[in-house]
Design a protein around this ligand. Structure first.
Ligand code: ATP
Length: 277
């Protein structure tokens, strides 16, 4: 996987002084500059309420900034006000249709785009193979474990052949072993398919394992606090997880997270607690 060349490559997406205040007056994101380069795997970490999901949704074009702008690029040229890449969004819940079999769940985005049946069959089979679930195509979601359901959700994202993968804490509800296994799979898929990924997580271990760069955010208002590149060229595998280099990266991220928490404004609960007699 080639490291993105920040001097020459055209970005995938940029946030330019993008700022988001919700209708209830919450300033979720102060004016923020953020650039995602092709081939990066960027994780967003930070205390609760620091605007990670808000930034992810702005990048996805699911939300509009209150002020500032998003700039998406395709083929060296800016696209006007819409994501220039084929993007896929994976949420924390697998959000599968319980009445439909695994293959039908994965096929959903293709059906929505009226992809012909035969072509759809081949793409669904390839996506299920990529996440190791070929044998489960005719199962219903309730017959699968939580980790397998999440794999179906990833297959459904991959079936559209995205080049930008946006994930909002997709493995947060899973046990550690399953989570590590899915992180292994995700890192392999990212590398094999030349994806660009933006990933929200609460886990410094997950961010350290997956990312080429970690953006640490602070809260109230939400903002970018620090950016940390992870320049580890070797394989990201079980050996990497057990290495001193990995422990050092985790320590750096934990320290930055602590500093970001200290730099965050008081949350509502702290404020309420302070006024108690
Ligand atoms: N639709 C909404 N309407 C009003 N306020 C919102 C909305 N969505 C998020 N917020 C608020 O905006 C701030 C940032 O929320 P966001 O979900 O982006 O943070 P986060 O870092 O992803 O949080 P968490 O880690 O807890 O998931 C929070 O104070 C949140 O309560």
């Amino acid at each position: 996987m080639l490291a993105p060349n920040r001097n020459h490559a055209v970005p995938v997406v940029e946030a330019l002084s993008a700022h988001k205040t919700y209708g209830n007056g919450t300033q979720a994101l102060a004016p923020t500059d953020f650039t995602l380069m092709p081939g990066e795997f960027v994780s967003l970490i930070g205390p609760s309420g620091c605007g990670k999901s808000t930034l992810l949704k702005l990048v996805a074009g699911l939300l509009s900034p209150t002020d500032g702008r998003l700039r998406w690029w395709r083929g060296g040229a800016e696209t006007l006000d819409e994501p220039g890449r084929r993007l896929a969004f994976v949420f924390q819940e697998a959000t599968l249709m319980p009445w439909a079999r695994v293959a039908e769940n994965v096929r959903l985005p293709l059906d929505l785009h009226h992809v012909p049946r035969a072509e759809g069959d081949a793409r669904v089979a390839a996506a299920l193979a990529r996440v190791g679930l070929s044998r489960y195509a005719r199962h219903f979601p309730r017959e699968l474990s939580g980790g397998m359901q999440m794999r179906v959700s990833i297959a459904r994202a991959l079936v559209t052949e995205p080049d930008l993968l946006l994930m909002d804490e997709p493995f947060g509800a899973l046990d550690e072993i399953t989570r590590n296994r899915l992180d292994d799979d995700l890192r392999r898929l990212w590398s094999e398919r030349g994806l660009t990924a933006l990933f929200v997580t609460h886990s410094v271990y997950e961010a350290a394992f997956l990312s080429t760069r970690v953006v640490v955010m602070a809260a109230r208002p939400g903002r970018v606090f620090k950016e940390i590149s992870i320049d580890h060229d070797g394989p990201r595998d079980a050996q990497f997880r057990a290495s001193p280099a990995f422990a050092e990266i985790c320590r750096t991220l934990s320290d930055a997270l602590l500093q970001a928490s200290l730099a965050s404004g008081p949350d509502q609960f702290e404020t309420e607690a302070e006024v108690q007699p």
